[in-house]
Write a protein that binds this ligand. Sequence first.
Ligand code: SF4
Length: 478
Amino acid sequence: IGPAGEHRVKYANLTSGERVAGRGGTGAVLGDKNVKAIVARGNRKPDIANPEKTKQLTKNWVAALRKHPFCGERLPKYGTAGLVRSMQKGHTLATKNFAAGQYDNYEAISGETLSAKYLIKNKGCMTCPIQCGRQVGRSGKAIKGPELETIGLWGPNLLNSDLQAIIEWNYQMDELGMDTISAAGCVAFAMELNEKGLWQSGLEFGVTDQIPQVLHDIAYRRGIGDELAEGTRYLSQKYGGSEFAMQVKGMELSAYEPRGAVGQGLGYAVSNRGGDHLNAGYTMIYEGLAMNVKPRKVQAKAELTVLNQNIMEAASAAGSCLFTLYAFVPGFLIKKPHSVISRVVNAVMASSLVAATLRLVMKANDKVLPIHMPGLPHSQLISAVTGMRVKFMTLCQIGERGYNLERLYNVKRGLTAADDRLPGRLVNELEDPQLPDSKVPLAILKRKYYRIRGWDQSGVPLAKTLRRLGLVLRDFLI
Ligand code: SF4
């Protein structure tokens, strides 16, 4: 952990080399326990049940990822920042503390600009064929470059188009050990509080000279930094403005403005972790990033959210990067988004027929549906590595079990259905006054979501749901 963790900044992170476990304030937890670092060592190789099959499957998987237009082209070429243009187009690029979803100067901070002006080479996690990370130039030295969330939230969300400055702040926040997403959310909120005369923080949209000092002050809890270190929820409780405090369950939202992607909005609201795009289920992938499944319509969104949350939960539990999951979207939908077939697929995906089918499929098990899903070799690899019999439905159920366990833990800690919410701005105000459906119809989506999950109206898993999942902990946990 860095100084932010040592000073228990609520969004301090853990760093391993250049990779960061950014969200949830784990750095503050370690800081609170006086733990500076965790060292692991060992020289035993893991036992693999079927080494030959594992090798072959891995080879095929790497080849498929390299051929895929999202995993093998866009991410390696532009990094995650390569999504900026799609977000601008879909009104999902959070701008001015989520007051809007588009930013006029978006090209200045796009992945294309980052690559053209600053990229030295790609750098990512060990053995990964995607290598979405960036090494960028700074005073003749190669340093880690920013990714999409950092660029979006320190760029458009603060009305800032200085990419060089974002590169500097990103590096500084890594050195200080703090989550770039939550830090940006706090600064944007402080700017709006200042603008509305609710807190004289001295911070203004579009004025960024003082940002390096503010970051330092947050990490060391000096001046206004001491209050910013407590997070957006704390600030809204003290100074007001909860309707534009962009947090859920105390966690600041990621860079996707959900009024242009209502499934993502539902995900933010019900996410066990809070305002995090990944634990939310990242339905953004269907709602404008890789596909275009009617982003402002509710049809099939609760179903897709549950399905994605479960699959992502299982992939995480298996130690697999979530970006490997997006090879599931057929390449032609990404390469030719306006072709007749792509338009038909997107329309069908948003139909009640697909919604009903998904609900049915999610109730199935490997006996009823004994398949591995094309594009998702995770279940095959888990089988080859562990020797367990895992097909696609078991993978989904592993994820579902994890998601329900997290929910039970939250319930035990006092969370209720009222915590599955979004800031008022996102559900009451139109993102674009010309678009009457440009807000998140959360009440409808949430009702459907609870039903599909097998939770009661308070968002608590029903006993029969837990029995189906083999979780017999309900009485113990609640
Ligand atoms: S494992 Fe994931 S995060 Fe790491 S470089 Fe590869 S795609 Fe990027």
